[in-house]
Design a protein around this ligand. Structure first.
Ligand code: IPM
Ligand code: MG
Length: 367
């Protein structure tokens, strides 16, 4: 059997730096666990625009469709703010999501014990937090038509459309129920059924799907109340399922509960391919952080944990994923901190590559 293929798209800003650390981890699995990947690398976002005038070439899109999994760093940066909307770095990422049909975006928010003090919330509110947000990723207001900026009378009008079909809601709801079954068997669905028809339909379809999962305790919340509850007492949640835009907002809020955006991975999953693996793209939740790019300050853990999610969801190596997550936990417990995690007395930051090396050393120690 050929090695599974992994397409790496480091992207912009801190993307390449954090991805370099993931490469060390990938190499470790090849050398020490007999788990070798056929790795190729390509451009996305601003980097692709600089080289080719488009944030994602058709050739790269085709490679992504072929790969067993895609690992992406980050896209975007102030340099590209002036570009036309159609070629902005973000369009590259959105094209990948849409054309690979990655409808279920899994965003775990887990608070590592060693970092409970870093949250802006009180320690007892976040210690031990372990929730999973499932964000719909290929539809809703991000993609709905009509859209655009039009002239109307003597002024311009900006238009975006929130649109969800029953089948789009059904499939992401099923992914969320399946996850809930493997976790705490609680699912909270968030929308704005009080003001949006798409929210009314969302609630109906999720309720209907819930009949197939009688063991899962299903609740519904308006997304604004959900945001409030996430900050008030996040541990009431197990799995949250929500639409594309609410999921974007709620997952950033949930991420920050854990102390740093530099810690959180994500998996975007689609339908199974011919080989049974789901179409999949893994990426850290953090962005390209242009303010610290190129300085060795970035935290590579979110990207490393995204590779752990790939081991679990694409390559059926849950044990190895846990090994990597445990290695990260150990490194944090041992006091390694990148600059985003400072605040304790007398702790000097480690660099991006020192953090990567520490994770690899912890992997070695796990054998
Ligand atoms: C995210 C990001 C993206 C989004 C941007 C970069 C297009 O914020 O993945 O959460 O809005 O989905
Ligand atoms: Mg976002």
């Amino acid at each position: 059997m050929p090695n599974p293929s992994l397409l790496i798209l480091p992207g912009d800003g801190i993307g390449p730096e954090v991805m370099a650390e993931v490469r060390k981890v990938i190499d470790w699995y090849g050398a020490k666990r007999d788990l070798a990947f056929d790795v190729s690398e390509d451009l996305v976002g601003g980097a692709a625009y600089d080289a080719h005038g488009t944030p994602l070439t058709d050739a790269t899109m085709a490679k992504a469709q072929e790969a067993d999994a895609v690992l992406l760093g980050a896209v975007g940066g102030p340099k590209y703010d002036v570009l036309d909307f159609s070629v902005k770095p973000e369009r590259g990422l959105l094209r990948l999501r849409k054309e690979m049909d990655l409808f279920a975006n899994l965003r775990p928010a887990q608070c590592f014990d060693a970092l409970a003090d870093f949250s802006s919330l009180k320690k007892d509110v976040v210690a031990g937090l372990d929730i999973m947000i499932v964000r719909e990723l290929t539809s809703g207001i991000y993609f709905g038509e009509p859209r655009g900026i039009i002239e109307e009378g003597n002024e311009r009008v900006g238009i975006n459309t929130q649109r969800y079909t029953e089948s789009e809601i059904d499939r992401v709801a099923r992914s969320a129920f399946e996850l809930a079954m493997r976790r705490g068997k609680k699912l909270c669905s968030m929308e704005k059924a009080n003001v949006m028809e798409s929210g009314v339909l969302w609630r109906e379809v999720v309720t209907e799907v819930g009949k197939d999962y009688p063991e899962v305790e299903l609740s519904h919340m308006y997304a604004d109340a959900g945001a409030m509850q996430l900050c008030r007492w996040p541990k009431q949640f197990d799995v949250i399922v929500t639409d594309n835009l609410f999921g974007d907002l709620l997952s950033d809020a949930a991420a920050m509960l854990t102390g740093s955006l530099g810690m959180l991975p994500s998996a975007s999953l689609g339908k199974p391919m011919a080989n049974g693996r789901p179409k999949a793209l893994y990426e850290p939740v953090h962005g390209s952080a242009p303010d610290i790019a190129g300085q060795g300050k970035a935290n590579p853990i979110a990207c490393i944990l995204s590779f752990a999610m790939a081991l679990r969801y694409s390559f059926d190596c849950g044990d190895e994923a846990t090994r990597l997550e445990d290695a990260v936990e150990k490194v944090l417990a041992d006091g390694f901190r990148t600059a985003d995690l400072l605040g304790e007395e007398g702790v000097d930051p480690v660099s991006t590559s020192q953090m990567g090396d520490a994770v690899v050393a912890a992997l070695d120690a796990s054998l």
